[in-house]
Design a protein around this ligand. Structure first.
Ligand SMILES: *Cc1c(COP(=O)(O)O)cnc(C)c1O
Length: 401
């Protein structure tokens, strides 16, 4: 393991310039290896590989970090969303309003929880759901609204909250990307009935495989989620569990978190705030170089920070006119990118039966054509950010540098 860790993950390319991957954390693993190894050895000795003491310890540490009354560790951010929706009382056929521009799991989780997603467009200046669009999407069957905090900032929780109160909707948050983000000191995921975190490897706090968590200040939601993640606690069908007021909770499943993931996450958590600060530094460096170049429509720093909002840059997204051309240029230059997100959810094949037409949610559709994420992670060097900026500039200015 040590020898594998000491060899670079990225190969050299022509001219001796190494490829800049979209995501890489081999340096972080090298640095944290003694702690990770120690925690993993403890799990092996303990012999409890899921739902064990390392998971419990991680949950307590995450409660401290987020200020949540309850953190429930599970196997992925996606399952955390399903459990959250079910535990918060979604009933079969209930509608949940979600943004059209987000990762597909936001809406598929609604389906898996028995609900029907209803798509709303995003804000003109930002990537969060538009409160006005939420208000327009409310019907007699709407039970919940699930704003998503994408990339580097929170959705408009005050605006969404006003609409939710006016229509009696429960607010749950897809805060999968939002670790470290806070509004007036309250961590993302705790601004409504509950939220989630994803520890997918490329997230700000990443595991070495899939892992996630549900966070809430609500005792009943936490208790229900703990049962749902573990076969209704006893391995039997959960019919009417004592203390559960929610009659839609019928059957549990298996969404438990692995202790080896918790072992890695506990070690990485000690570096989280330092990693977040590093991401901010690198993101500003990109902004300073790229803002105002021809063909650049928006850089992250352009979106005004809301009052009381603490932002964390999970993804450095830029919007450019010729996105596909830029992606191809950077790839040829040995630079990895990701397109977040290539297709708005209302036009995904799995939601075709809902009957949305192209043009229905124009802002989400436009961003899907122009947005691209550049490499951003704590291990990235300034020199590499500058190389990415050089190539973006070369492409946008027609090689006139
Ligand atoms: C990553 C992500 C998820 C899903 O999390 P997984 O841990 O990959 O299942 C859900 N919603 C959003 C917005 C995400 O970015």
């Amino acid at each position: 393991m040590k020898s594998a860790l000491s060899s670079p993950a990225t190969g050299e390319r022509g001219g001796g310039r190494s490829r800049i991957p979209f995501f890489d954390q081999s340096e972080s693993f090298r640095r944290l290896w003694p702690e990770i190894e120690g925690n993993c050895v403890r799990v092996m000795g303990d012999g409890k590989f899921s739902h064990g003491s390392m998971v419990a310890e991680f949950e307590r540490e995450m409660e401290r970090y987020t200020g949540a009354r309850h953190v429930v560790g599970v196997n992925s951010g996606t399952d955390a969303l399903v459990l959250l929706l079910r535990a918060a009382g979604l009933r079969p056929g209930d509608e949940v309003i979600v943004p059209a521009y987000t990762f597909v799991a936001t809406a598929t989780a609604v389906v898996h929880a028995g609900g029907v997603p209803v798509f709303a467009d995003i804000e003109d200046h930002g990537y969060g759901v538009s409160p006005d669009a939420v208000a327009d999407a409310v019907t007699a069957r709407t039970r919940m609204v699930m704003p998503v905090h994408l990339f580097d900032r929170l959705a408009d929780m005050e605006g969404v909250g006003r609409v939710a109160r006016a229509h009696g909707l429960t607010v749950v948050e897809d805060s999968a990307e939002a670790i470290g983000m806070r509004l007036h000191g309250t961590h993302a995921g705790l601004l409504g009935a509950g939220g989630v975190l994803s520890f997918f490897p490329a997230k700000t706090l990443g595991a070495v495989g899939d892992a996630g968590a549900l966070l809430t200040d609500d005792d009943a939601i936490a208790e229900t989620a703990r049962m749902l993640r573990h076969h209704g606690r006893s391995g039997h069908t959960l019919a009417a569990f004592p203390g559960i007021s929610n009659p839609t909770v019928v059957t549990g499943g298996n969404s438990k978190m692995d202790d080896l993931q918790a072992a890695v996450l506990l070690a990485k958590l000690t570096r989280l705030d330092a990693d977040i600060r590093r991401r901010t530094v690198l993101s500003r460096r990109y902004d300073d170089r790229l803002r105002g170049l021809p063909g650049v429509r928006a850089v992250p720093g352009d979106a005004a920070t809301r009052s009381g909002e603490e932002r964390v840059v999970y993804v450095h997204l830029v919007e450019v006119d010729d996105r596909d051309g830029l992606v191809a240029h950077l790839d040829a230059a040995g630079i990895g990118t990701e397109v977040y997100y290539p297709r708005p959810l209302h036009l995904q094949p799995c939601f075709a039966h809902l009957g949305y037409r192209p043009g229905a949610l124009p802002r989400a559709e436009a961003v899907c054509r122009s947005a691209v994420a550049l490499p951003l992670y704590a291990d990235l060097s300034e020199e590499r950010v500058d190389r990415v900026c050089d190539e973006v500039e070369r492409f946008l200015t027609g090689g006139s540098r």
